[in-house]
Design a protein around this ligand. Structure first.
Ligand code: NDP
Length: 296
């Protein structure tokens, strides 16, 4: 068997077009959704993410504001900026790029963001609303995974789903979304026993452990949908390039062998990754509508 490849890059492009169309409609009603991204410090990977977010927000026709603060910014100053953004009626989504420097308490920063503008969906209010089946702003990557799954499989009711990973950002909200879609859900983690056997039960397997190519061919039920969230850098396949320090990106799934067994599979790169920013834009539109009393 050779799996159907789930093209997250193409899906994300369509989603961005849909978001841009929604933004145009809102702007016709004099409402321009606005996203503020806050970056503290000089982390190179975070700088790339923040730049990409800003560019894609602009391209969708939204207001895009980026606050770049020095690494030595105090937590109080960061919280004061968040408070100003909470009060700014032209901003509907606030995202503080993590990780923040070590002298800051990430949980306090998340808690300071208004739940109505928490487009990363990390605030406990949104996590609680999601767990309670109430409308919530949902973390972007799990939301993107759900869109890809629904597009590939249609109705997910009754399917056995296994999520490997239990982070607040990824594993837990993913499991909640699958449960809300009437799947029978198992959450596995680093202390789970016989992970391959757990994974083999899955009609839907979501790998979000951050362990390069951990999920092997014999972990996968034939025909299963495999969603690979992992982003891991490993040495280049070419020994000469590897010796020069060149790397390549791989997921948590050994793609080539898994694709021989799975029914559907996301590649890395080009699978889940592009969905994250597209869903951030979609969440910002959702937040703008809700803040202005417009139905989703
Ligand atoms: P975390 O490190 O916060 O969580 C990893 C989870 O995986 C933990 O629950 C951990 O278990 C579990 N885990 C680790 N090792 C194993 C193992 N050997 N067997 C079973 N479970 C294991 O990571 P995130 O959730 O933030 O991210 C996960 C991956 O997804 C990373 O590779 C990250 O880069 C990627 N990612 C990709 C995004 C995208 O846009 N595509 C966005 C967000 C993340 P325990 O709780 O017991 O420690």
């Amino acid at each position: 068997m050779s799996a159907n490849i789930i093209d997250g890059k193409a899906f994300a492009a369509r989603l961005r077009e849909q978001v841009a169309a929604d933004v145009a409609q809102l702007r016709a009603k004099c409402l321009q959704p606005g996203l503020a991204v806050v970056l503290v410090g000089e982390d190179p990977a975070s700088q790339v993410y923040v730049r990409n977010k800003g560019e894609q927000t602009d391209a969708a026709g939204m207001k895009s504001v980026t606050h770049r603060l020095p690494a030595e910014t105090s937590q109080d100053d960061l919280l004061a900026l968040v408070a100003r953004l909470n009060d700014d009626a032209s901003i509907h989504g606030i995202l503080v790029q993590f990780p923040v420097p070590a002298h800051m308490d990430q949980a306090r920063v998340v808690a300071a963001i208004s739940p109505d503008k928490d487009v990363d969906g990390l605030n406990v209010i949104n996590a609680g609303r999601l767990a309670s089946g109430l409308p919530a702003l949902t973390p972007c990557t799990p939301l993107g995974c759900m869109m890809l799954l629904r597009d590939a499989l249609g109705d997910l009711a009754g399917k056995r789903a296994v999520v490997v990973g239990r982070s607040n950002l990824m594993g837990k909200p993913m499991a909640q979304l699958l449960l809300a879609a009437d799947c029978t859900v198992t959450i596995a983690h680093s202390k789970s026993r016989d992970l391959p056997a757990i994974c083999r039960e899955a009609d839907i397997l979501v790998a979000a452990a951050g362990r390069a190519e951990m999920v092997r061919r014999d972990w996968i039920k034939p025909g299963a949908a495999v969603i690979d969230v992992g982003i891991n850098r490993v040495p280049s396949r070419d020994p000469e390039k590897a010796a020069e320090g060149k790397t390549r990106l791989v997921g948590d799934v050994a793609f080539d062998e898994a694709a021989q067994v799975a029914g559907w599979i996301t590649p890395v790169p080009g699978g889940v990754g592009p969905m994250t920013i597209a869903c951030l834009l979609a969440n910002t539109v959702t937040a703008a509508k809700r803040l202005n009393g417009i139905d989703d």
